[in-house]
Design a protein around this ligand. Structure first.
Ligand SMILES: [Zn+2]
Length: 485
């Protein structure tokens, strides 16, 4: 990401002129203090249950998951006694803390119990064994610390503290703990359906996906990055059909050469890429004030630089992905023998849908690109999912989440909305909540963020009280006191 700095810093300076003024945020009261050493021990223990989920096997490692949930029950007794935990199926836990005012829409907090496996053969590359939960050098180390048992444990500490304090929410608070985020998130869909069936629509749902990055690639300085959008996911099969037979008398084109032309045609018709239609302009605007001095220059040259900014972003793969739907041919198949003409050849193309595109419009776009090629078809697979709606970046819900983030981020760090390019559980609530936010107030350097799903994953002990206090504050302002609808 370092190479982004040069390109983006110029872009940011220029963005100051074309983007709307950033919201000024009032940090909320920073809430109760928590004992970071106690939380560190809990996170360490949580890491010692290797809750690895397995694709297509909902109850894999079931005993480990049960032991983990028994640990949570022992450690957070008030939540388990008072908030009626139910298993919605295959270990999807839902806690309900009923509000006193049924006219207020509920809020939902999500976290997942599962972790990705440690890649076999890489165990030696860890400084401490991945499931020991070692506390050393100011970090808790292990698989799942950042993704996302640190988030889960600090969330539960916040709720438990509210219960100890006798808090009574006006607004219903749901806490949904998924067993399978890393392998598809069927559990989160069950939780969303549970609300749907009761005719409930949440004000917001909060999950992982953003962090406070200490060395933002945008500025090199700290920034609290809140995910307000996320890309959709879609894989299409491109099939080319042609006459079979003996390769000694081929037609002008075989199924394989036709497929090659189809892939080329699709790549030569990229989707629209622009700063609009997602959070990118707001992201640039929120970051630009950190570059004051030169920003003044940019403001004076307003309007001229939109295409230039976009041109700079288009040069970087990670930045380009924020601007539009991406096209990645990933699998190709065709032919059985060197002297036999294949009757069919296929390619899989993986798309990550920008919020401005839908499954249907993307499919129409791809089909248009190959319409001139007879014998070529394009079909979406059954797993395609739309990009969820972009959450509010102003108004009460944003002010609450961003205000709590501002209170717990390093002084002067801007709160920056952005688009998550991966997938999170919260997408299951696209039609069940007005706003989907993705944020944990853990502080990480880009290098630490890269340890997620990699070696030496770790979380800073210093951050754990801030994280719990962040959740305490959000719950407090959303549901317990000063509640407005
Ligand atoms: Zn995760």
């Amino acid at each position: 990401m370092k190479q982004l700095v040069t390109a983006l810093s110029t872009a940011l300076i220029l963005a100051a002129c074309s983007a709307p003024e950033p919201q000024s945020l009032t940090p909320l009261d920073s809430g109760e203090r928590f004992d970071q050493d106690i939380i560190a021990r809990d996170v360490s223990q949580a890491i010692q249950f290797p809750t690895v989920s397995v694709p297509g096997a909902p109850r894999a490692n079931w005993e480990v998951f049960e032991e983990f949930r028994a640990f949570l029950q022992a450690r957070f007794p008030l939540m388990h006694d008072q908030l009626n935990p139910v298993d919605l199926g295959d270990g999807q836990l839902l806690f309900t803390w009923p509000g006193t005012n049924p006219d207020l829409d509920p809020v939902v907090f999500l976290a997942h119990q599962d972790v990705v496996p440690v890649e076999p053969g890489t165990e030696d590359q860890w400084s401490y064994p991945p499931y020991d939960g070692e506390i050393a050098d100011g970090f808790v180390w292990g698989r799942g610390t950042l993704d996302m048992k640190g988030h889960l444990i600090t969330l539960m500490h916040a709720v438990e503290r509210h219960l100890e304090n006798g808090s009574e929410p006006e607004r219903t608070v749901y806490i949904a703990l998924g067993p399978d985020e890393e392998v598809g998130g069927i559990g989160a869909r069950r939780a969303a359906r549970y609300l749907d069936e009761r005719g409930e629509r949440a004000w917001f749902a909060l999950d992982e996906g953003g962090l406070t990055i200490l060395d933002s690639p945008l500025t090199g300085a700290p920034a609290a990055m809140i995910g307000v959008a996320e890309k959709g996911y879609m894989t299409v099969t491109v099939t080319a059909r042609a006459r079979g037979g003996h390769s000694s008398t081929p037609p002008r084109e075989t199924a394989i050469s036709l497929l090659a032309r189809a892939i080329t045609a699709i790549e030569e018709n990229p989707f629209e890429h622009s700063l609009d239609g997602g959070p990118t302009r707001a992201m640039l605007a929120a970051t630009a004030p950190q570059l004051d001095g030169i920003a003044g220059f940019a403001a004076a040259n307003n309007g001229l630089f939109g295409p230039l900014i976009q041109g700079q972003l288009m040069e970087q793969d990670a930045a380009r992905a924020l601007l539009g739907t991406t096209i990645a041919p990933t699998v190709i198949e065709g032919g059985v023998k060197d002297n036999v003409l294949p009757q069919q050849a296929e390619a899989l193309i993986n798309l990550r849908l920008h919020p401005r595109d839908t499954i249907e419009s993307a499919l129409a776009h791809l089909r248009g690109a190959v319409a001139h090629l007879e014998g070529v078809t394009v079909e979406a697979d059954q797993w395609a999912s739309e990009a969820p709606p972009v959450a509010d970046m102003e108004g009460a819900a944003w002010d609450l989440i961003a205000g709590a983030a501002a209170a717990h981020a390093p002084d002067g760090a801007p709160v920056v909305p952005f688009m998550v390019t991966g997938a999170t559980d919260v997408r299951a609530f696209a039609n069940t909540a007005d706003n989907l936010y993705r944020y944990s107030s853990a502080r990480a350097e880009m290098g630490d963020a890269a340890r997620i799903h990699g070696d030496d994953e770790r979380i800073r002990v210093d951050d754990l009280d801030e994280m719990a206090s962040f959740f305490y504050t959000v719950i407090d302002h959303a549901a317990v006191q000063d509640v407005q609808n």
